[in-house]
Design a protein. Sequence first.
Length: 436
Amino acid sequence: MCLTYSNRLPCLPCRAVSAILSCMTQPLSRPPRLRLGDYYLLEGINSAGSTLFLLAIYFWAHARLGFDDADNLMLGSAQGLTYVVFSIIGGRLAERLGYDRVFTCALVVAAFALTLLLLLPTVPMTYAVIVLYTMAIACTWPALEAAIVHVAGRFSTSQRLAFYNVVWAIAGTAGIFISGSLFHWRESSVIILPLLGLLLQLAYIAFRLSRGLSTVPVATATATTEAPAAAPANPRRSPRFLKAAWLGNMLGYLVVSSISALAPHIGQQLQLDAGTSIWVICTLYLARSLTFAWLGYWEAWHYRWSLLIGSILLIPVGLLLVFFVPVVPVVLLTFIAMGWMLGLVYSSSLYYAMDLSDNKGEMGGSHEAILGGGLLLGPLVGVFGARWLPKLAGMPAWEGALGAKLAILGFYLLVAVTGLLVLWRRPRPTPAANVA
């Protein structure tokens, strides 16, 4: 996506990127041009296709290219690193260049990447495509989040974000679910179908804009479509909630990325084939989707420490059961419980980011970058555990998936406990303060 504007950059890349990012905090100049329902439809198609591809790629690489657990974890690390960087860039580009323009350009780049993988299914191309595709997809979500908040409509910000979470989660779960059958039928279909989804989104955008929807008004801070700001006197409304939620969301996606990268191993541990393994993992995502729907209806979870901190501390218990109890019913029930907790920490991260700030696109990019940190750290820590932890600990038996699972669990607990202690010991800010 950023290549579209490469001819405007100075000759010094680092200085150019710094200059771009520093100027991307100007007020919104290109408002969203579609309707609220259009953005939800695009979000659903985007989520279904990207989730299908980004989970099934591990099974595809294992079957087509002979990737082992460590190779898949390394592939996941490349995806996570790219997501962190380009979520931030994408959020700032969306504010500067316009939500629709950034979203459309990102779809074009993602479609180009998947076409390359179909034509050249090699190991180097797989790594190149996962970087290029993730770069594009990372730029789509901040643009969508901000557009959904800003475009005119009759729902409050809280309701819009709750429905946003429900749409991407259910669509993503559907994408994962059908990927099992698709993988059984034809391995390359897990690339072809997401590609068709990208082309469908581009065609839909062109069709809707051709119908003269470029004059859709934008919801402003004073419009009745926006939810009223939380009462300043509320002692629970504090940026500390956002920091804790970002910590929890990063750790939550560390868990999600680890489970995705180790999905073939988890399936083998449960004595399931690839397709059935994908369906079992769908339980986690389906439970998270239902959680989003419930949290949109029940808003009493806003600014409650017990729910947020409790979820952060209980998630590794579920991960322990998934990793070391090879019993299908236990894993299914654990995925249901983890889906609730992961849904809560994700909802907290996104809602507090939007509720405590004015710059929605940039804060949406920060929210996505935080979860991208989890996408990076999960596989990266797994690779360390699979390849180097056994040597450092003098335990050759830990080599492979066992070392990866031990490292992921240990890292989660270390970061969670340390982060919460540091956050709790910091001076408490004024309750009504907002995030810059």
